[in-house]
Ligand binder design. Structure first.
Ligand code: PLP
Length: 451
């Protein structure tokens, strides 16, 4: 131990393989140790306070230290601390949560499957889609589309759906049968003078051409985050979903709404699908389902999909998919309490009250010399850093400017997330107007310091 040292930082470097980290840089840089949280703030081991402008990883909607969630977990721990729902076993927290989610779904849904993470929820959706098409006697209709810059997780299948180079490179991904449609990023990908509507039309035409090139009988589904999060908070252009959904319907391609970030009020409606006009066949959610307090995720499926799966199971026996912790009773109890708090405290109403200030201050950053675009909806947004506002030229190498602003924001007591040269903000939903102003005052200072 003496060669390693006793500090948490040195032991971190000695023992922890960090997810989503430049491993080489970490060997010199080391960690920021976060010790505790209260409201929208977290505190490091030297007691420095940070406003958590990202709600951890887009999830701690109710902020830190919500005693009701602590109590819900403790009570359930005492009553039934762990159990499964394989076979014909079940328990009330799982049943109650499934019923609640079906009641909240943006379109009629039939059943809920539980998992532990967004990745597992989306992985499950992929398997359900394949199972469904086998049930319908369409063994070739298996290809799945996602989008460049989309993010759907890191399992072998979901990292393949994810359309970001770091998730593929040297992991030997993507796997076969998964391909990517164009990213609906107007600022970056529209042609000069192309309106949002024209851009959306072109994207829908490109999607149709892609489906025809693949062969419509081989394309099963398309995964879409209502607003793309980890790809840089990309808000698709007006009329986009209306137009691509018409194409998907035409070729009998299912739509999966990945609501892992957008679900539970983030965009000012309960679901991002409602904000963006999506009618999914499958909906996946996680993160804010439990305010990020315990790992739990869910997949909701339409009756047509569920019925086909039942038919297949009748034919071949057990539906052979499930996680040990599917519907973990403690996680389910915490999720139920989270949903109760959203309702009692009118969380959507609060988001709608404070979002105008959040969006006004966000968009004002577009005047900053380093910012090419500021974009967002509700309580999620991003700024895109550029070396030249006229040409939209990026800083080289891509990602460096984002990392610099990220570090400077941290020095000013604000945690943001750099994704390439986009800086994302996604604070706890409970954030006050006063703290929203603090977020943007601090981010402005960080940007000024970066010039
Ligand atoms: N889908 C979306 C839209 C996400 O943002 C994420 C994670 O950020 C995931 C899926 C994967 O979730 P997890 O990290 O819980 O596996």
């Amino acid at each position: 131990m003496s060669a390693i040292g006793n500090s948490a930082a040195s032991r971190d470097k000695a023992f922890v393989l960090h997810p989503y980290t430049n491993l080489h840089a970490h060997e010199t840089q080391g960690p920021l140790i976060i010790e505790r949280g209260e409201g929208v703030r977290v505190y490091d081991d030297a007691n420095n306070a940070y406003i958590e402008g990202m709600a951890s990883l887009w999830c701690v909607s109710l902020g830190w230290g919500e005693e009701r969630l602590v109590q819900a977990a403790a009570n359930q721990m005492r009553k039934l601390s762990s159990y499964h729902i394989f076979g014909h076993k079940s328990h009330e927290p799982g049943i109650d949560l499934a019923e609640k989610l079906i009641g909240l779904a943006p379109v009629p849904m039939s059943k809920v499957f539980f998992a532990n993470s967004g990745s597992e929820a989306n992985d499950t959706a992929v398997k359900l889609i394949w199972y469904y098409n086998n049930a319908l006697g369409r063994p070739d209709k298996k290809k799945i589309l996602a989008r460049v810059r989309g993010y759907h997780g890191v399992t072998v299948a979901t990292a393949s759906l994810t359309g970001l180079p770091n998730n593929h490179r040297d992991f030997d991904l993507p796997i076969a049968r998964i391909s990517h449609a164009d990213c609906p990023h107007h600022y970056r990908n529209a042609k000069p003078g192309e309106s949002e509507e024209e851009f959306a039309t072109r994207l829908a035409e490109q999607l149709e051409a892609q489906i025809l090139a693949e062969g419509p009988d081989t394309v099963a589904a398309m995964f879409c985050e209502p607003i793309m999060g980890a790809g840089g908070v990309v808000v698709p252009p007006a009329t986009y979903y209306e137009k691509i959904q018409a194409v998907l319907k035409k070729y009998d391609v299912l739509l999966v709404a990945d609501e892992v970030i957008c679900g539970f009020g983030r965009t000012g409606n309960f679901w991002g699908s409602q904000t963006m006009g999506m009618q999914p066949d499958i909906l996946t959610c996680a993160k804010q389902l439990s305010s990020g307090y315990l790992p739990i995720s869910a997949v909701m499926v339409s009756d047509a999909i569920y019925r086909a799966c039942v038919d297949e199971s009748k034919k071949i026996g057990t539906f052979g998919h499930g996680y040990t912790y599917s519907a973990h009773p403690v996680a389910a109890a915490v999720a139920l309490e989270t949903l109760a708090i959203y309702q009692e405290r009118d969380m959507i109403g609060h988001v709608r009250d404070v979002a105008p200030l959040f969006q006004r201050r966000l968009r004002a950053l577009a005047d900053h010399p380093l910012v090419g675009e500021a974009r967002g909806v509700g309580l999620i947004g991003a700024i895109e850093l550029v070396a030249d506002k006229t040409t939209k030229a990026t800083f080289e190498p891509v990602g460096r400017a984002g990392a610099v602003v990220n570090g400077l924001a941290q020095e000013h007591g604000l945690i943001v997330r750099a994704m390439g040269d986009s800086i994302a903000l996604c604070p706890p939903l409970v954030i006050s107007e006063e703290d929203i102003n603090q977020v943007f005052d601090r981010l402005t200072k960080a940007l000024d310091a970066a010039i």
